[in-house]
Design a protein around this ligand. Sequence first.
Ligand code: C5P
Length: 306
Amino acid sequence: MTTGVTVSVPAKVNVQLAVGPLRPDGFHDLANVFFAVGLHDRVTAAPAETLRITCSGPGAELVPLDEGNLAARAAALLAARHGHPPAVHLHIDKDIPVAGGMAGGSADAAGALLACDALWGTGADREELLGLAAELGSDVPFSLLGGAALGRGRGERLTPLPVAGRFHWVFALADGGLSTPEVYRECDRLRGGEPAASRVPEPAPAPALLAALAGGDPAALAAAIAASGNDLQPAALSLRPALRRTLDAGLAAGALAGIVSGSGPTCAFLVKDTAAGHTLAQVLEASGTCRAARATTGPAPGAHIV
Ligand code: C5P
């Protein structure tokens, strides 16, 4: 008897997030350098009479349990495309911060696609899953892929990137989340409003940043992050000024680089090794500028059955 299929899915940080013009469809063209890290959600799909979602872990009370949940939409989309009844119990065990700028909701959708495909035996190949993922959200394809990748278009058109060795990170988790659409709107507002935001130049990946990833060089990656960084960071800081103190605390404590992760409010710090990561996590937690701090590494593999 099948009891369930569990999929582990990584969080991401954007080592570069170049935000281009506001498009007529309300999205922005991006040059988005995704990097998967070792914080994971686990999504379990088990047989059920109807589509049902439960959630556990930190921030679970903030996760919607109705059909608006992106994992539920993923299950329903796969079912509809294969003429399968959308009947499954999805349990999401959260470890990725909710609404934290680390693609937790996208991870759960990617996990649901893979878990339901295995549970139902729909036999969708990788290309079909990536296509369904792109329909669900800009970051969902990368949650399937993992590793590191350049995302073009609204972030869904992926090219895998070579990475040498491992990079060490500390994530400062904030109280409460930030809404991604609100952060993009604030970015447009800071750029002078709608007509001006539509005239922004096309975004491009920074060659020095791609070379630092391929060369496994943390000091070079830190310099590239400082130079090209995250175009959503000013917007996240505008909506949540206290994040400036978090970034300052991490940099003062010796982080090689500090950056708001995606649309925030999680802050990501690059450090040189495991020991530096553990020390920085302790210093950040003692600083009172974050709810908790987590040391981890990447690149991490994409969604996979465990
Ligand atoms: O694709 P996803 O559903 O994750 O996007 C959430 C919101 O983030 C969009 O509705 C849009 O407001 C904003 N967004 C954007 N440009 C992108 C990706 C997301 O403006 N490339």
